[in-house]
Design a protein around this ligand. Structure first.
Ligand code: KIV
Ligand code: NA
Length: 267
């Protein structure tokens, strides 16, 4: 197998931190995989690529379309595709049917789904039938309408045990890694210690077994990003400057220049 495998990710528990980013697009995935262990085709693409207000409106078709693009654009990284809202919660068999469709159509290596103890039966059902599952607990964006927004979890220590039990349930059900999103740092530390598969933190803690960020956020494509994002680039500024220069050169007829036009064959 030429790509990073699911067991290789699982075996990184407690070892060198796992590096990952979201990826929605062939060319950026090809760059990111040079530095990442796995890439996640996250349903955040609904917001980042398609201007939706939450991930609730993302369809299976959209996930498959971007999943195909990322698999085609990469050779080495493990590719995980998010199961969108409504494609897995109803029953283990609904989840299997849609996860199998995602894997067949995109040729990705694993799927991710949101939810703790309530999804454990589904995680087990899929894993036992050949579909590796990455879990996702803590702040689960597909539940934004129940939570009333994207809220950091675990500010109240009385709620910690629920999240720890969620992590244990999903890990025991067979998940090969679990994304821990938007929880207070000491809770992320406790979750990481409580399970024997890697935790992948986002807005969590440096003690997690790996980290993930939305690529466009860390590249600085948009002005506003949440506190847990560190901007490693200023892609929004770079695009703005390039487009402004292009517009000025078109208006002054400096573009296209002699290097950018074709001549006829000389007789
Ligand atoms: O959709 C997404 O981008 C995610 C990551 C933030 C983990 O699920
Ligand atoms: Na997601």
């Amino acid at each position: 197998i030429r790509r990073v495998t699911v067991p290789q990710i699982r075996d990184r528990k407690g070892g060198e931190p796992i590096v990952s980013l979201t990826s929605y697009h062939a060319h950026t995935a090809a760059i990111a995989e040079k530095h990442c262990d796995f890439l996640l085709v996250g349903d955040s693409l609904g917001m980042v690529m398609h201007g939706m207000e939450s991930t609730v409106g993302v369809s299976l078709e959209l996930m498959i379309m971007h999943g195909k693009a990322v698999v085609r654009g990469t050779k080495r990284a493990l590719i995980v595709v998010d199961m969108p809202f409504g494609s897995y919660e109803e029953s283990p068999s609904q989840a299997f049917r849609n996860a199998a469709t995602i894997m067949k159509e995109t040729q990705c290596q694993a799927v991710k789904l949101e939810g703790g103890a309530r999804m454990a039966e589904t995680v087990k059902f899929l894993t036992e039938r050949g579909i590796p599952v990455m879990g996702h607990i803590g702040l689960t964006p597909q539940s934004t309408n129940v939570m009333g927004g994207f809220k950091t979890q675990g500010r109240d220590e009385d709620t910690w045990q629920i999240h720890i039990d969620d992590a244990i349930a999903v890990a025991e059900a067979g998940a090969f890694a679990i994304v821990v999103e938007g929880v207070v740092e000491p809770l992320a530390d406790k979750i990481t210690k409580a399970i024997d598969v890697p935790t992948i933190g986002i807005g969590a803690s440096k003690t997690c077994d790996g980290q993930i960020l939305v690529m466009e956020d860390m590249l600085g494509l948009n002005e506003w990003v949440p506190k847990f994002v560190k901007k490693y680039g200023a892609m929004g500024d770079a695009i703005n400057e390039a487009v402004a220069e292009y517009a000025a050169e078109v208006r002054s007829r400096a573009f296209p220049g002699t290097a950018n036009v074709y001549g006829s064959n000389k007789k």
